[in-house]
Design a protein around this ligand. Structure first.
Ligand code: C2E
Ligand code: MG
Ligand code: MG
Length: 734
């Protein structure tokens, strides 16, 4: 069971882990996919903006290129050239359009004014590429420049100065879904055209992408390490805000990069939220799953434990049930540590406890015994309730004397049962059979030997302990042989039905008979029912025997009937085992019909029972028997713990007083017992029940019973049981 739980935990943990892993992988894949898609979308939108910026700049550069086509060689432009330049200058809204002739080392604007080159780096930049774009810090203007070549040499440079604002406006256009901006930077990270997007200025107007701003250096870093072919999307953090940056070179403008950037949150926002949601849901699912699994494991474990308990432990006493006990005993013996004895104790008079003090109190007594015994055994020993009032114990011992003393003490404690609510305590004793185990013997064998020893003990008013002996062993063997022989007894026609007459008092005439079985064993001779009926009751074979007797009686009655004889009622003994057969009464009816015997000529003898849980069933069956018209007698009344109170509820016709009852009462000295029997008789008569006394042997007994108004007498005084045909010959003389 424990292994099962462990395996279950293992499987469940495995599943949860796999699920978690799968979830993690899926989340990562989704995240990647979604990130990639978002980035692609961002790049797409950024490229669109960058193209616009390129066109914006390109349109102006194109004019410069156009001018360059009509520019001459190494000399400054002439008046005509200047005039053409002037026209074009206006078309691009330049603040100043000029030309630089390196050989002359001077610049000339369209108004014919000479001026010096602002910065030699512009010339250098222009030489390095075809064009250049620069920022003039002094004037805040943007300069676009382009060179031209004459006779294979760079002949000069055209420069257009612009207000920065249109450039700034152009590059400040949002990049991604109406957010973000662009920058125009040189390869050193210097900003050429800055953004005016308010997103990049704080409340005080500080530019957030300035180098001093925390994180902005990273932007510079990005730019400085910008490579056209490299992975161009990067994520940087500026002042705690994360941005996605995507740069692209401005072809033909030496080293200039257009950088587009947008808040990561805008780019990934929806998708990250979605992924977050998916991940959240996933985490939630895992958490729920883990809880469910934990719950299932806890309750499952509990259920397993409960089930294990239910199938292995006795509800009433909490002691292990037979199967578990057997396993435990076998395991202990297998270890072979020390000497062991097996004891089976049953409570003498327990039925009486139940019938007089009630079933509930009976249960309390059993629980009390179980508690004492379970406390008395060590962990190397074991105790179990094998059935009703039977307790079995595996006990360790050193010497037999010690074992006996220990058992006596245990049993003495057990007899001191608690009182019931009315202050009455049951008087109980134990019959305890002990078998001294020889090593690792088979548990069934051990148990049956302890049982044999126990059964050898007669009923007495004290605790009795008996050890299994060789004699018992021989009896045991004999019993086993008998058991197997018995199964073939019907087939081999070894069972013989006897009848014992019943005499009506005072007429002293035969008014009926009781059918009693005998076993004519081929080797052992005639065997009395007391010797084999208990054996047949163990495996239920007794039920076949009873019906064999019943059918034999029916057949005989039919023969007699056919022979024109006046029938008498014959009673047949039926074991209590029939009570649980649904078709018991049905079979009685079927046979009586088959042999055409009126049910009133057949009487069913049932032994009184004080076991309460059988009571309802017993009453049901009794009424079925009565309804079918059969006679019904209660056998052996007074042998056990018969209750007159119960008698009132039972639909019996005949009360058969047990021989033992009579033995005590029939004695003339026993005035008190005689009174009891007289009262039982008169009470039964009050209830319209016929009283029959069994085992009447003496004339004194007969006289006493006659005086006490007993109705019927059965006993050796009149006749012993005899073979059925002898009976017929003797009592049906024509
Ligand atoms: P029981 O049904 O109480 O039968 C009466 C027993 O008392 C019979 O013993 C009978 O022979 C014996 N008996 C009758 N008069 C006297 C007497 O004056 N003195 C003495 N000492 N004994 C007397 P039996 O035939 O040995 O049967 C014993 C028990 O075996 C029966 O007790 C009954 O419980 C059981 N039995 C017998 N035949 C059957 C059967 O066919 N089916 C079942 N289930 N049980 C049977
Ligand atoms: Mg009987
Ligand atoms: Mg009897």
């Amino acid at each position: 069971m424990r292994n099962k739980v462990r395996r279950r935990i293992f499987i469940i943990t495995g599943i949860v882990t796999l699920f978690a892993l799968a979830g993690a992988v899926i989340s990562v894949l989704i995240e990647r996919h979604v990130t990639e898609k978002s980035e692609n979308e961002f790049v797409l939108q950024a490229e669109e903006k960058q193209n616009g910026i390129r066109e914006f700049i390109g349109a102006r550069t194109d004019i410069l290129d156009l001018i360059a086509t009509f520019m001459g060689g190494e000399s400054l432009p002439n008046a005509e050239e200047l005039s053409r330049m002037k026209t074009l200058e206006m078309s691009i809204s330049a603040r100043r359009l000029g030309v630089y002739i390196p050989t002359a080392d001077t610049c000339l604007d369209t108004n014919g004014q000479q001026y010096s080159l602002y910065d030699i780096s512009i010339w250098e930049d222009t030489l390095a590429g075809n064009n250049a774009i620069s920022y003039l810090k002094d004037t805040g203007r943007i300069v676009l420049s382009t060179r031209w070549i004459r006779n294979g040499e760079v002949a000069g440079m055209l420069m257009a100065e612009f207000d920065s604002q249109p450039f700034s406006m152009k590059i400040s256009e949002p990049v991604f879904n109406h957010n973000g901006t662009n920058l125009l930077v040189d390869e050193n990270g210097e900003i050429i055209v800055n953004t005016v997007s308010p997103e990049f200025y704080d409340d005080k107007g500080n530019f957030l992408l300035a180098e001093e701003t925390p994180g902005a250096l990273k932007l510079m870093d990005y730019i400085r390490h910008f490579e056209e072919d490299a992975d161009r999307v990067a994520e940087i953090s500026i002042n705690g805000t994360r941005y996605l940056v995507y740069g692209a070179g401005l072809p033909d403008y030496n080293g200039v990069i257009v950088v587009s950037m947008a808040k990561s949150e805008d780019v990934y926002g929806v998708t990250r939220k979605t992924v977050g949601l998916i991940a959240g849901l996933f985490v939630l699912t895992v958490v729920v799953l883990v809880f469910q699994v934990a719950f299932a494991m806890i309750t499952g474990k509990k259920r397993d434990e409960e089930m294990e308990r239910a199938i292995s432990y006795d509800d009433l006493t909490n002691l292990p049930l037979k199967s578990l006990h057997k396993e435990t005993v076998a395991a202990i013996l297998e270890k072979g540590e020390g000497k062991y004895a097996y004891a089976i104790a049953d409570v003498t008079g327990f039925k009486f406890v139940n019938s007089t003090l009630g079933y509930e109190y009976g249960n309390r007594v059993l629980k009390y015994i179980a508690d004492i015994l379970s406390k008395a055994v060590t962990k190397d020993e074991n105790v179990c309730r094998t059935s009703g009032d039977h307790f079995a114990m595996l006990l360790k011992y050193d010497t037999v004397d010690e074992l006996v003393k220990r058992l006596e003490t245990m049993l003495n404690y057990c007899t001191e049962v608690p009182e019931n609510d009315e202050g009455k305590a049951a008087k109980i004793f134990f019959r305890c059979g002990v078998y001294l185990i020889n090593g690792n013997e088979d548990v069934n064998r051990i148990r049956s030997r302890a049982n044999v020893a126990r059964k050898g003990i007669g009923k007495s008013m004290s605790n009795e302990i008996a050890f299994y002996s060789d004699e018992d062993f021989n009896k045991d063997i004999e019993q086993h042989e008998l058991e197997s022989d018995l199964l073939n007894s019907i087939k081999n026609e070894e069972l013989v039905v006897y009848l014992q007459p019943k005499y009506g008092i005072p007429e002293e005439k035969v008014i009926g008979a009781e059918a009693l079985i005998r076993w004519n064993h081929p080797e052992k001779g005639m065997i009395a029912p007391n010797m084999f009926i208990p054996i047949a009751e163990v495996d239920g074979f007794v039920k076949e025997i009873d019906f064999y007797v019943f059918e034999t009686v029916c057949r005989k009655l039919r023969d007699w009937k056919r022979a024109g004889r006046q029938l008498i009622t014959v009673s047949v003994n039926f074991s209590r085992l029939h009570l649980y057969d649904e078709d018991f009464v049905g079979n009685l009816i079927r046979l009586s019909k088959e042999y055409e015997i009126e049910p009133k000529y057949l009487e069913i003898e049932l032994t009184e029972t004080a076991i309460y849980d059988e009571m309802d069933r017993l009453l049901d069956v009794m009424y079925l028997i009565k309804d079918a018209g059969f006679g019904l007698s209660m056998d052996d009344f007074g042998s056990g713990y018969s209750s007159l109170h119960l008698l009132r509820e039972m639909p019996v016709d005949v009360l058969k007083l047990d021989k033992g009852f009579l033995d005590e009462c029939g004695n003339a000295d026993n005035a008190r017992e005689q009174k009891v029997i007289s009262h039982v008789i008169s009470m039964a008569k009050d209830l319209d029940i016929t009283v029959l006394a069994e085992g009447v042997e003496t004339v004194e007994q007969k006289n006493f019973l006659q005086n006490a108004s007993c109705d019927v007498i059965q006993g050796y005084y009149y006749s012993k049981p005899m073979p059925i045909d002898d009976f017929g010959r003797k009592y049906f003389k024509r």
